[in-house]
Ligand binder design. Structure first.
Ligand code: AMP
Length: 215
C-alpha cells in the first residue's frame, strides 16, 4: 500500500504505520524518525534540524524535500510505503505530487486520523520513545508501558521522553499543526483521495484503513 498518514502529533500515525507495515511489507517512512536519527548521529542535517525540532517548529521544506526526494527512490519503497509525518505543509504536498508523477508512483489514499485534543495532550505527555534510532519503538506509561520500566521491550535500549515533549513544545507543535498541516486535509479532499478516520484505538484505525483500501 502507498499511503499518507495525516494527523496531529500524538494522533497515532507512528503506531498505526508500524502495524500496517506488518500487513504487506510496506515500509514506514517517518521524517521525524529520520531527523531524530540525524540529530543523534550529529550530521549536518541533524545540526540544522535540532533547533527547530526542540522548539516544536517545522524544519524548512527544502531540507525535508531533499530527504524525501532520495528516500522515495530507495528499493524498499517498491513494496509500498506509509508516509508518517510527511507532507506537513501545502508546499511539501505540492512538491510530493510532482515528485511522484515524475517517478510514476500513484498513492492509494491520504488518511486523516482525527483524535480529540484532550486525548492527544494526554498521549503526548505520557509517550516514551526508544532512544535507539534504528528502533524508535513507541510506548505509553499508562496504556502501553514497557515490561521493565525505562527499557525498550524490543531492543533493550533506554526509553526516553523526547526533547520536543515538554509542555511548551507540545503546545507549539499543536499550534503549528493547526496552522501549517491541517490545511492538507482539504488539499487531499480536493484530490479525491482523502479517508477520514475517527477511531481512537489503533486496531480500529487499521481496520478502517483496510476497509478503505478494499473499496
Ligand atoms: P514527528 O516525530 O513526526 O512528530 O516530528 C518531530 C519533529 O520533526 C517535528 O516537530 C518537526 O520539527 C520535524 N519534522 C518532521 N517531519 C517534518 C516535515 N515533514 N516537515 C517539517 N518538519 C518536520
Amino acid at each position: 500500500m502507498k499511503l499518507i498518514l495525516l494527523g496531529a502529533p500524538g494522533a497515532g500515525k507512528g503506531t498505526v504505520a508500524k502495524m500496517l507495515t506488518e500487513l504487506d511489507g510496506s515500509v514506514q517512512i517517518s521524517t521525524g524518525d529520520i531527523l531524530r536519527g540525524a540529530v543523534k548521529a550529529g550530521t549536518d542535517l541533524g545540526k540544522e534540524a535540532k533547533g527547530y525540532m526542540d522548539a516544536g517548529d517545522l524544519v524548512p521544506d527544502a531540507l525535508i524535500m531533499g530527504i524525501m526526494g532520495e528516500r522515495l527512490l530507495e528499493k524498499d519503497c517498491e513494496k509500498g510505503f506509509l508516509l508518517d509525518g510527511f507532507p506537513r505543509t501545502i508546499p511539501q504536498a505540492e512538491e510530493l505530487k510532482v515528485l511522484l508523477e515524475k517517478i510514476g508512483v500513484t498513492l492509494d489514499m491520504a488518511v486523516s486520523l482525527d483524535v480529540p485534543r484532550d486525548v492527544i495532550l494526554d498521549r503526548l505527555t505520557t509517550r516514551r520513545t526508544c532512544e535507539n534510532s534504528d528502533c524508535q519503538a513507541i510506548y505509553n506509561t499508562k496504556s502501553n508501558p514497557t515490561k521493565v520500566e525505562g527499557i525498550c521491550d524490543k531492543c533493550g535500549s533506554k526509553t526516553i521522553q523526547r526533547d520536543d515533549e515538554t509542555e511548551e513544545a507540545i503546545s507549539n507543535r499543536l499550534e503549528t499543526y493547526q496552522e501549517k498541516t491541517a490545511p492538507l486535509v482539504g488539499f487531499y479532499e480536493g484530490e479525491g483521495m482523502l479517508l477520514s478516520v475517527n477511531a481512537t484505538s489503533s486496531d480500529a484505525v487499521v481496520k478502517a484503513i483496510q476497509d478503505g483500501l478494499a473499496k
